[in-house]
Ligand binder design. Structure first.
Ligand SMILES: NC(=O)c1ccc[n+]([C@@H]2O[C@H](COP(=O)([O-])OP(=O)(O)OC[C@H]3O[C@@H](n4cnc5c(N)ncnc54)[C@H](OP(=O)(O)O)[C@@H]3O)[C@@H](O)[C@H]2O)c1
Length: 303
């Protein structure tokens, strides 16, 4: 890999983006695109603030950088917020993607779009890349709409559907489920999770490596980036507490239908990851191995 190859990462202050950037700095000239000020500095990193996600601001930054590849992570990823704020969700998740897809297509840049297991209805798992999305919440709907735009944006546009991503932020505070679990347990709070929602969780280190592999290679189409284990969210919590040797705590189950203002969730969006396992060098892991990697490579947050 030539150091001069330019990678733009959108949503740079986010959980997945920070982890991607942390791993890309060695091999790429990295351009972070964000709505806000830098969280960190590095000689191989250039930080670009776009005042809005409208076409004018995005095009200005894009034309300044002319990236070889864009990994597009920026989104409103909070399912309940999207349900309650559909106009904002569509603007961030669909319209911004459409602008970036257009810019990439017209300049010949590759686009790796981060989508989600929530595009599926959860009734026919495990899902392969060719299965038909049918989202049950507005977040999933916006990501599916964005997928369709990306799929029409030429051969250099890829869709990476991420399963539930587990890990710690690389920089600054952000949307990390694992950080929230550790904090809650360390402050002796009770945790609860549903038993009837199944996921194939992936650690953020493997997800970042796989996204960078997709950015660098000749891959095409849709890829499911997911772990090898299907777990319900209660089992997932139990495993985290056990493997990270967190202080014992009470974990209870919850019936999600009893939680007020919670948007619908698909029941079982386990992803079939055979394509990623066949075409990528980055291994897709059992959940236990994924947690072991996190404790090895992000030890400061678990120690
Ligand atoms: N985490 C998961 O478990 C998971 C699972 C499946 C799919 N995904 C997908 O992976 C991607 C990254 O997720 P994440 O967990 O890293 O999310 P995150 O931590 O919430 O980061 C998303 C970033 O997007 C930018 N953003 C937020 N609101 C925005 C808005 N209104 N307009 C434009 N940009 C906005 C922000 O970056 P700046 O402040 O720098 O602008 C934010 O930090 C998303 O596309 C998400 O749908 C995540």
């Amino acid at each position: 890999m030539k150091a001069s190859k330019k990678l733009m990462v959108t949503g740079a202050r986010g959980f997945v983006a920070g982890n991607v950037i942390a791993r890309a700095l060695k091999d790429w000239e990295v351009h972070a695109l964000s709505r806000g000020e830098p969280l960190f500095e590095h000689p191989a990193l250039k930080w670009h603030v776009a005042a809005s996600t409208g076409e004018t601001d995005l095009a200005r930054v894009f034309q300044q950088v002319m990236p070889d590849v864009v990994i597009h992570t920026a989104a409103i990823a909070n399912i309940d917020f999207c349900e309650a704020n559909p106009a904002l969700a569509r603007k961030a998740n669909v319209e911004m993607t459409a602008v970036l897809a257009g810019l990439c297509e017209s300049s010949g840049s590759k686009l790796v779009f981060c989508s989600t297991d929530n595009v599926f209805d959860g009734e026919r798992a495990p899902y392969c890349e060719d299965d038909l999305p049918a989202p049950v919440n507005f977040y999933g709907q916006t990501k599916f709409e964005a997928e369709r735009i990306v799929a029409r944006a030429g051969k250099s546009a890829l869709i990476a559907r991420l399963a539930f991503v587990v890990g710690f932020p690389a920089f600054g505070p952000c949307n990390s489920f694992l950080s929230r679990v550790v904090e809650s347990i360390q402050s002796a709070q009770q945790l609860c999770a549903p038993e009837n929602e199944f996921r194939t969780p992936i650690d953020v280190i493997s997800a970042s490596r796989a996204l960078l592999e997709l950015a660098d290679g000749e891959h095409a189409g849709v890829f499911h980036l997911a772990g090898n284990d299907r777990l319900n969210r209660f089992e997932l919590l139990q495993e985290i507490v056990r493997v990270l040797r967190l202080p014992p705590c009470r974990i209870t189950t919850v019936d999600p239908s009893q939680v007020r203002s919670r948007a619908p969730r698909p029941r079982d969006v386990s992803l079939n990851n055979h394509k990623a396992r066949s075409f990528l060098k980055t291994p897709m892991l059992e959940f236990r191995e994924a947690l072991a990697i996190l404790t090895r490579e992000q030890p400061c947050q678990t120690g």
